[in-house]
Design a protein around this ligand. Sequence first.
Ligand SMILES: Nc1ncnc2c1ncn2[C@@H]1O[C@H](COP(=O)(O)OP(=O)(O)O)[C@@H](O)[C@H]1O
Ligand SMILES: Cc1ncc(COP(=O)(O)O)c(N)n1
Length: 273
Amino acid sequence: MTEIAKALTVAGTDPSGGAGIQADLKTFQEIGAYGMSVITSVVSQNTLGVKSFVDLELDFVESQFDAVFEDIPPDAVKSGMLSNPEVMALAAKKMKEANVANYVLDPVMIASSGHALISETARETIARELLPLATVVTPNLPEAEALTNRTIKTVDDMKEAGRILVEEYGTSAALIKGGHYEGEADDYLYDGQTFEKFSAERFDTKHTHGSGCTYAAVITAGLANGKSLYEAVKDGKTYITAAISNPLNIGKGQGPTNHWGHRWSDVQPLIRV
Ligand SMILES: Nc1ncnc2c1ncn2[C@@H]1O[C@H](COP(=O)(O)OP(=O)(O)O)[C@@H](O)[C@H]1O
Ligand SMILES: Cc1ncc(COP(=O)(O)O)c(N)n1
């Protein structure tokens, strides 16, 4: 039997199925990786927004990490919602102990609906504990601004944020996502040597709930399958563009992206890299 790639997501939940753990597991399945999860926070949310959330006890989060790592070591790990400094430090400790080789850090701070998903003090901990471990960090513009403590208004600012995250904060690569920018939906990947632009048409839609989670999950599943970071990001951009271009129209608010109903070859022409 062929060996299947194994991917782990460490994140919060979305009972409405569009973001967080639920989006990650659906995406792993679509891409072709065996999906596993460590739940950090249980969130009451839907397409209309976040109602409330409960952080699981640290010991219990640790026990979930141990359950995965002692049994089915993942080929790649993704982290999403880590709502407080303690759970961030724990995730860093467990990944170091397990010698995780491929780590995608989605520095989730604010849901697309505008609700904060982490505490203020947690930003500093992301920089200190998690950025140095990451194969790639995937901030959207507000997250890149918060992490680098700079205002981002131009493409040069986006690139400068990527450079700072790699050269000053010690992450291996940074993908600055332009979903919150204007014009085309352009993302910039900096790996310490070169900038690569991943560009797609911007669709006039509000249905982008979970798009950041899904994008990072494709990258994680790609790395778990042995792809290069460049190839994994290219797949991620292709997948997320398809998923945004063809909305499901589910929910009363900002609906989830669509994981189905398109062949990769159909969406390839939408991407310019
Ligand atoms: N309306 C849109 N049309 C096409 N692509 C989009 C649109 N909105 C976001 N994207 C893309 O979706 C991905 C997620 O982007 P972003 O919205 O920046 O992240 P997040 O979901 O973390 O806030 C990026 O590749 C971004 O360029
Ligand atoms: C548990 C959880 N994690 C992350 C997000 C952000 O979602 P998005 O991908 O839309 O930025 C969310 N709404 N809920």
